[in-house]
Design a protein around this ligand. Structure first.
Ligand code: PAF
Length: 282
């Protein structure tokens, strides 16, 4: 497995693969890789002969007072983990490579609408940072396929929209959320949890499942279901940011007949902001 920090080396390797008519999949990450990321790498490999994993803790998607400085960075460990997967190359650029004019002077890609609610409302500017860096990675790597995790449900919808809106010739694939045995979705931010908080954390997924079962059983009083879940989670020790039942396609408020729903939650638990979701197909 190759590791490069420069655009030049990346371009040379990609040119060689392209010369052999090989397809390229990109798995963008911020490192601190866990089994969820590794499953995205294996999924990527099903869609392309070559898999590039980018590792870059992107400053422009963190707001003031957020955890950019403390975000876990572990390139050596990430390399060891990726060596055991189908990854062909790690691209770990520095800030100047991705933002030649500096992050503050960067041309920004912004997706209106889809980014206004949920994580977009709670973290102003976050999705502009995500789409800006993903657009740059897409421009540099020019992959055939890019793979994102379902755990960041809103993010993958936003990236799909950006890709379609800009007519980028890239297929976006979404990989399933990988969970610990007790249901907690794997996340680099789980490392912020104390033992006590870690014991409470699976309640988040349990609340999603409980609402999912009620929806499957025909319940449609969305607002009441959301309110009850928020109360339950707040009582368990979370500070719920949002708990919402929405149309899976576009996060709009569903009507009673909608068959494709997503239940989304974000909540603070101690120092960690946790997000999770389930798709409920009736
Ligand atoms: O999901 C993430 O890890 C990041 O938001 C991404 C897509 C790598 C962009 O920095």
């Amino acid at each position: 497995m190759l590791v490069t920090h420069t655009q030049q080396e990346l371009a040379e390797q990609i040119a060689e693969w392209r010369h052999h008519d090989e397809h390229i999949a990109l798995v963008p990450t911020m490192g601190s890789l866990h089994a969820g990321h590794l499953s995205l790498v294996e999924l990527a490999r099903e869609h392309a002969e070559r898999v590039i994993v980018s590792i870059f803790v992107n400053p422009t998607q963190f707001g003031e007072g957020e955890d950019f400085d403390n975000y876990p960075r572990s390139l050596e460990r990430d390399k060891r983990r990726l060596k055991k997967t189908a990854a062909d190359m790690i691209f770990a650029p520095d800030v100047d490579t991705l933002y030649p004019f500096g992050p503050d002077k960067a041309t920004t890609v912004s997706v209106p609408g889809l980014t206004e609610n949920f994580c977009g409302a709670a973290r102003p500017g976050h999705f502009d940072g995500v789409t800006t860096v993903v657009a740059r990675l897409f421009a540099i790597v020019q992959p055939d396929v890019a793979v994102f995790g379902q755990k960041d449900y809103q993010q993958q919808l936003v990236i799909r929209r950006m890709t379609e809106d800009l007519s980028l010739p890239i297929s976006i694939i979404t990989g399933e959320t990988v969970r610990d045995d007790d249901g907690l979705a794997l996340s680099s931010r789980n490392s912020y949890l104390s033992d006590e908080e870690r014991a409470i954390a699976p309640t988040l997924y349990a609340s999603l499942q409980s609402v999912g079962q009620k929806l499957q059983a025909g319940r449609r009083e969305f607002v009441e279901l959301e309110a009850a879940a928020i109360e339950q989670l707040n009582n368990a020790g979370f500070k719920v940011d949002y708990f919402a039942i929405r149309r899976a396609l576009n996060l709009e408020v569903p009507d009673r007949d909608c068959d494709d729903l997503v239940v989304l939650v974000a909540a603070q638990l101690g120092p960690a902001r946790l997000i999770d979701n389930i798709v409920v197909t009736i």
